[in-house]
Design a binder for this molecule. Structure first.
Ligand SMILES: [Ca+2]
Ligand SMILES: [Ca+2]
Ligand SMILES: [Ca+2]
Ligand SMILES: [Ca+2]
Length: 587
């Protein structure tokens, strides 16, 4: 994230740099219509058609796309604190996310919320301890706080979490990124966890913001990559001011950037730091979001890392335990203009159904979000403007980002969780807002994303942070969980018209129930679509590890090819719609 003076100069740069973006008045007017400004404002400055789609044209079903806020009914109506007090600390800007995963193995997605504990002088403002939380889904629409899920063990300032079955026992385990010591919690299988951090040797100190599990050397054991932000500490929390003199935390560039960490899983419950040897621990940047996926269809998992105020990493897996950063040569290091953006969250999915995984990235206000189209595994093209993402996202500051098929019609849509990080922003910058609406963009099937602003609850205008997708009630429609800064989370139930679907829950031959990198290619009405088990992605936590296909009118999948990371392949034919299929890799 940028400080204000830097941000404004970049905004001016964008505005002066040509016709690619409509900065300033139009975008601001558009935002205001969403954030509840008066009808007069709407009349005087209507959003352009290119910004908010005409629901009768590109996406004829857009009017039926609805997500309803079921947070209170689901018993999730609590405030996830960020530890703030009269003193605002630097780390509050990136806290906190959540993760959807089936902690107790009953087939329904549960939710883990990391909890940022008060630090520094804020400790004395909190009389009750702030606890990280595991909520168990009863399958009937209610979540119940599981007391003592962690045996009373609290974390340091929890920011995000990564789910992975690192010991291949069929129970998904949890790595929690913190300012302070990170934690590895091993799932006993019943939704209770033991702290195995010290035995595993993965309890980094410092400032971890995101992580993903992935088996980079294909030895059957999930390895762990951890994003590190910067060398800020409570004791080094310097005061800075905004342009108008209001107090602010300093820009991230005020602090030295940090090195990411790669741990190799030794297969015996211990891990070895291989960052330097693997080539991912050499260049320090401010890393936030990370996704592990095979962007080159090489059979090996690469890493895309969204870096704040610096070029992104695309660590290409060269085999032999080595990675090379190919972000610059493959075109994902920078934004539309050849300069680094403030990148936060990352979405990964094959939105144009060509068999290669594309990338979307959220950025700071004043910058467009980015969509990088994968050109046959060779390089990426920044298509943010032609796909319609650039212009509507200029006023937004985004963290969470996911590709998912909201309508069950076989198209990957895009969801962004938005909200500013500076509580004083509106005092000196009229082009953005502190509290922002989230955005859902529908994929029109021919290369364009249409922003459908009526799909999400109109009053959900807050400082959003993490986002994850998952089918919380197993009705085949993908729901969304969004967190917000020092605010309640939002659970959004997908109310789209019921269409056919197929979900596939994969377990690999090693017994791992989160087989990151496995991919399914379904032939649906003669067309092939690829979906993968993604590691990480978005910001703040993993999404549903089940593979999901929207089938539209199709009642069967003609052919389902399952490609395992081991290189093995299984093919199923004539698979009936509307079921959660469990598939184990053949040994
Ligand atoms: Ca469950
Ligand atoms: Ca496990
Ligand atoms: Ca491994
Ligand atoms: Ca659902």
């Amino acid at each position: 994230m940028m400080n204000s003076s830097k941000r404004l100069s970049r905004r001016k740069f964008l505005k002066n740099s040509g016709a690619a973006f409509v900065a300033g008045a139009v975008s601001t007017a558009c935002l205001e219509t969403l954030t509840g400004c008066s009808h007069n404002d709407k009349t005087s400055a209507p959003p352009q058609k290119s910004i908010v789609s005409d629901s009768n044209s590109a996406s004829p079903d857009a009017a039926s796309v609805r997500f309803s806020d079921i947070t209170a009914a689901a018993n999730l109506d609590f405030v996830q604190r960020n530890g703030t007090c009269k003193r605002r600390y630097f780390c509050e800007q990136v806290a906190a996310g959540a993760v959807l995963f089936d902690a107790d193995g009953d087939g329904f997605l549960d939710i883990y919320f990391p909890q940022p504990k008060p630090i520094g002088i804020c400790k004395k403002d909190y009389l009750q301890p702030l606890k990280h939380r595991l909520y168990i889904n009863d399958g009937k629409g209610r979540f119940t706080l599981k007391e003592n899920a962690f045996g009373g063990m609290e974390t340091d300032y929890g920011i995000s979490a990564a789910v992975g079955d690192f010991d291949n026992d069929g129970h998904p385990d949890l790595y929690v990124c913190c300012y302070g010591k990170d934690r590895l919690f091993r799932n006993r299988g019943d939704g209770t966890f033991e702290d195995v951090t010290d035995k595993a040797g993965v309890g980094l100190g410092g400032f971890s913001t995101g992580a993903t599990w992935f088996d980079y050397d294909n030895d059957g054991h999930l390895d762990l990559f951890v994003c590190r932000y910067c060398e800020w500490t409570v004791d080094k929390d310097d005061p800075c001011t905004n342009k108008d003199g209001s107090p602010d935390v300093c820009s991230p560039t005020h602090y030295l950037a940090s090195l990411c960490v790669l741990y190799h899983n030794n297969g015996d419950g211990t891990f070895t730091d291989v960052s330097l040897k693997a080539g991912v621990g050499k260049v320090a940047r401010r890393s936030l979001g990370v996704a592990a996926a095979d962007f080159h269809n090489s059979g090996r998992l690469d890493l895309f890392v969204a870096n704040d105020m610096g070029p992104n990493f695309l660590y290409r897996n060269m085999g032999g335990g080595k990675f090379e950063d190919v972000a610059a040569e493959e075109g994902v290091a920078l934004g539309q203009k050849p300069e680094p953006l403030a990148n936060m969250g990352v979405a990964v999915g094959d939105y144009n159904e060509d068999g290669y995984l594309d990338i979307a990235v959220t950025t700071f206000a004043g910058e467009p979000y980015t969509v990088y189209r994968n050109e046959g595994g060779k390089y990426f093209t920044d298509v943010s403007v032609p796909v319609g993402i650039a212009e509507p996202t200029v006023p937004m500051l985004g963290f969470g980002a996911v590709f998912f098929d909201s309508r069950n019609i076989g198209r990957l849509d895009l969801f962004f969780a938005n909200g500013h990080v500076n509580p004083y922003i509106e005092g000196f910058d009229p082009t953005t807002k502190l509290k922002q609406p989230n955005q859902l963009f529908l994929n029109n099937g021919s290369g364009h994303f249409d922003w459908i602003k009526d799909a999400l609850p109109a009053n959900d205008v807050r400082i959003h942070k993490g986002a994850c997708w998952g089918d919380i009630d197993n009705d085949g429609r993908i729901d969304l969980l969004v967190t917000a800064s020092n605010d309640r989370p939002t659970l959004l139930h997908n109310d789209c018209p019921q269409r056919n679907w197929l979900m596939i829950q994969l377990t690999n031959k090693h017994g791992c129930c989160t087989p990151i990198g496995a991919k399914c290619i379904a032939t649906i009405q003669g067309k092939e679509k690829m979906r993968v088990v993604l590691g990480g992605g978005s910001y703040g936590g993993d999404s549903d590890f089940r593979i999901h296909f929207g089938l539209g009118d199709a009642t069967r999948v003609e052919k389902l090819d399952i490609h395992w990371l081991s290189g093995g392949k299984q093919t199923l034919t004539d698979v009936a719609a509307n079921q959660i299929l469990k598939v184990k890799e053949h040994v």
